[in-house]
Ligand binder design. Structure first.
Ligand SMILES: [Mg+2]
Length: 264
């Protein structure tokens, strides 16, 4: 059923399961994003991936979705924004994360090189990166024991790959936190920090936004937690029957069967 979002100043669209699935745009996605581009609507596409917005935009373009990287907001972007907000320009950062994260903060922070240096934050992401070697993990442990903040880019326990299930960023961050005996913080969805740093970029308040997503936990609960409107789309991980199993407080404001039903 059609759902009118015109009362909101900004529309936030989850990507995987909402805008696309595997390597295909979902029905209504291309038209909706084209309409927003043409009318100058304030909008953003969200993901817990830590690839750069440019790479994600290129992937979307291959699916026929026309989007400028400036409209994409990743968990890595949220991490970079939070670090600058919390520690300022010149923050001292140890990168256990990705090249994209390095690029996002290049020139704005000081990259910590060894365990004897002062360090504000250790940033952790996917273990597949060249920044997360066992040697570098040992340095990170030392820095954390000396008081650096541990930042995990998302709290995912696992993620699926062609080989089966892999340890997620959340699990690896928990391992480091346990070893160093520190409390980690996370910047991806559904953490409030993700939505607050995005709202700052867009120049809107959370209650002026509606989030459209397919995941009750990372999208709907996250949006509700900061006071945003929420719209569940049934093209991804959630089935209509799943709604009966969640409490009143975790339900979206509306349910649609695809992005073609978004009006405004
Ligand atoms: Mg999704």
């Amino acid at each position: 059923m059609a759902y009118d979002v015109s009362r909101y100043r900004a529309v936030l669209l989850d990507l995987d399961g909402t805008v696309f699935k595997e390597e295909h745009a979902l029905p209504g996605a291309v038209e909706l994003i084209r309409r927003y581009n043409e009318t100058g609507r304030r909008y953003a596409c969200l993901t817990n991936h830590t690839f750069s917005s440019v790479r994600i935009a290129q992937r979307l373009e291959r699916m026929g979705i026309p989007i400028d990287p400036g409209h994409i907001y990743t968990a890595g972007d949220a991490a970079a924004d939070w670090i600058i907000r919390r520690f300022g320009e010149g923050a001292r950062v140890y990168n256990l994360a990705t090249d994209s994260f390095q690029e996002a903060l290049e020139g704005r922070v000081v990259w910590v090189g060894g365990p004897g240096e002062r360090c504000d934050v250790v940033a952790n992401a996917a273990p597949v990166s060249v920044h997360a070697t066992p040697d570098r993990q040992r340095v990170a442990l030392e820095l954390l024991k000396r008081g650096a903040t541990l930042l995990g880019m998302c709290a995912d326990r696992i993620y699926p790959s062609a080989r089966g299930l892999e340890l997620g960023v959340g699990a690896l961050t928990a391992m480091l936190a346990y070893a160093a005996n520190v409390e980690p913080m996370f910047t991806g969805k559904p953490q409030g920090v993700f939505f607050h740093t995005l709202c700052e970029r867009l120049g809107v308040k959370p209650e002026e936004c509606v989030l459209v997503g397919d995941n009750l936990e990372s999208d709907i609960a996250g949006a509700r937690g900061v006071g945003m409107g929420s719209l569940l789309v049934l093209t991804g991980v959630t089935r209509e029957g799943d709604l009966e199993r969640v409490g009143e407080g975790a339900r979206p404001d509306g349910v649609i069967s695809g992005l073609g039903e978004v009006v405004g």
